[in-house]
Write a protein that binds this ligand. Structure first.
Ligand code: XUL
Ligand code: CO
Length: 443
């Protein structure tokens, strides 16, 4: 392969320099080579760069056009531009030391006038991605299809009232699955896009949910037929762009998957900003998925508490991330998933350097949270507290309740003849919050 020129010539590969460094373009907490429990931090974290934000984001918002202009975007032929953009992307992945990336089909290759032309464009860019992955060792965490930007999807894709649009979306997913397999993608994501409604006045909710399930079954069947072994992931989001998205949150996602016999094929890709839009904490969504063995991957970002939409910011809130990491580590990690930075630069952050600061902060915050959570679990103070809190279920009638051997008659008799009134026990919330603070600040 032809050696491409450096697109980020002024910026070196980011080195780990420790917490005291004064170099802003260095890691303070993320040392990819540090070994923890027999695995490197790079293996633990499995950081991934979101192609759509890092390389297709321009800073545009509903009030104005893009502000971010990258030199590699100049050029007339969109497929050639896509390849040069991809060279820049892989240079960035290497310099920021991210082992993975993620994309939508239309992020990496331009949509053509027909589906056939779009597929040809995709094939050309995927061949280039294949070469770049081989040359750099960067891998594909997951692929997905963009089923929401093109106007044809204005009323949804799988849940569109027009079966013609359903068929078009199905064809697009078929191809996206095939290229994800071709590039060794370890997962495939379904984010709801416009699968929801704006008004129930024009919507048959039951049929739309049935159609969404049928769509997912078709994808599962096709994956099987082509031998794609990656993990399917659902990414819940309660609203935006539609007023109500069918994949509202993890709990409603679990109910949906079980209703339609899909639960064996899917896990969850949990996004911080989607959790908070649903009125949950990030930790809550992780715990709900983990409780059912369905924690798959993370879209790492943050919302702004003062703004009510999906602001997709880089997350440097170590407290929030420590709580999330505790839930993830207790669940045994993310398996084939990873931490994908589904986060974008603010509109005035227009320099290539800003892309580095953003990801350095995100990676450092997660690495620091990982280390704090790892220590908390090792020392076991919270674990012991919680275990003791439920100890009455470990033996006697508590055990019988848990194993389904108790009856209302038996429990009534027990209370009337032996137990009487329960003794209240403190939940010790303030003590535990102080303990967490001590772990966060130099215990
Ligand atoms: C949108 C969102 C998407 C998905 C992939 O809110 O999070 O970027 O992650 O389609
Ligand atoms: Co996302």
């Amino acid at each position: 392969m032809k050696k491409s020129r450096a697109h980020f010539a002024a910026i070196p590969t980011i080195a780990y320099e420790g917490p005291r460094t004064e170099n802003a373009l260095a890691f303070r907490h993320y040392n990819p080579d540090e070994v923890v429990d027999g695995k490197t931090m790079a293996e633990h974290m499995r950081f991934s760069i979101a192609y759509w934000h890092a390389f297709r984001g321009t800073g545009s918002d509903p009030f104005g056009p893009g502000t971010i202009v990258r030199p590699w975007e100049a050029g007339k032929d969109p497929v050639s531009v896509a390849k040069v953009r991809m060279d820049a992307a892989f240079e960035f992945f290497q310099k920021i030391r991210a082992p993975f990336y993620c994309f939508h089909d239309r992020d990496i290759a331009p949509e053509g006038r027909t589906l056939a032309e779009s597929n040809r464009n995709l094939d050309a860019v995927v061949a280039h991605a294949h070469d770049l992955q081989k040359a750099t060792g960067v891998r594909l965490l997951w692929g997905t299809a963009n089923l929401f930007s093109n106007p044809r999807y204005m009323c949804g894709a799988a849940t569109n009232p027009d079966a013609h649009v359903f068929a078009y979306a199905a064809a697009q997913v078929k191809k996206a699955l095939e290229v994800t397999k071709e590039l060794g993608g370890e997962n495939y994501v379904f984010w709801g896009g416009r699968e929801g409604y704006e008004t129930l006045l024009n919507t048959n909710l039951k049929r739309e949910q049935d159609h969404l399930a049928a769509f997912l079954h078709l994808a599962v069947d096709h994956a099987k037929s082509i031998g794609f072994k990656g993990q399917f992931l659902i990414e819940p989001k309660p609203k935006e762009p539609t007023k109500h998205q069918y994949d509202f949150d993890v709990a409603s996602g679990i109910a949906f998957l079980r209703t339609y016999g899909l639960e064996k094929h899917f896990k969850f890709n949990i996004e911080t900003n989607h959790a908070t839009l649903a009125g949950h904490s990030f930790q809550h969504e992780i715990e709900v998925a983990a409780a059912q063995g369905m924690l798959g991957s993370i879209d790492a970002n943050a919302g702004d508490p003062l703004l009510g939409w999906d602001t997709d910011q880089f997350n440097t809130d170590v407290r929030e991330l420590t709580l999330a990491m505790l839930a993830i580590l207790r669940a045994g990690g993310l398996g084939t998933g990873g931490f994908n930075f589904d986060a974008k630069l603010r509109r005035p952050s227009i320099d290539p350097e800003d892309l580095f600061h953003a990801h350095i902060g995100g990676m450092d915050a997660y690495a620091l949270a990982f280390k704090i959570a790892h220590r908390i679990l090792k020392e076991g103070v919270f674990e012991t507290f919680v275990t003791n809190r439920y100890a009455s279920y470990d033996s006697g009638f508590g055990r019988e309740i848990e194993t389904g051997r108790a009856s209302l008659r038996q429990l009534e008799k027990l209370v009337l003849t032996k137990l009487g009134e329960p003794t209240p026990h403190s939940g010790r919330q303030e003590y535990l919050e102080n303990l967490l603070m001590s772990y966060l600040h130099g215990r």
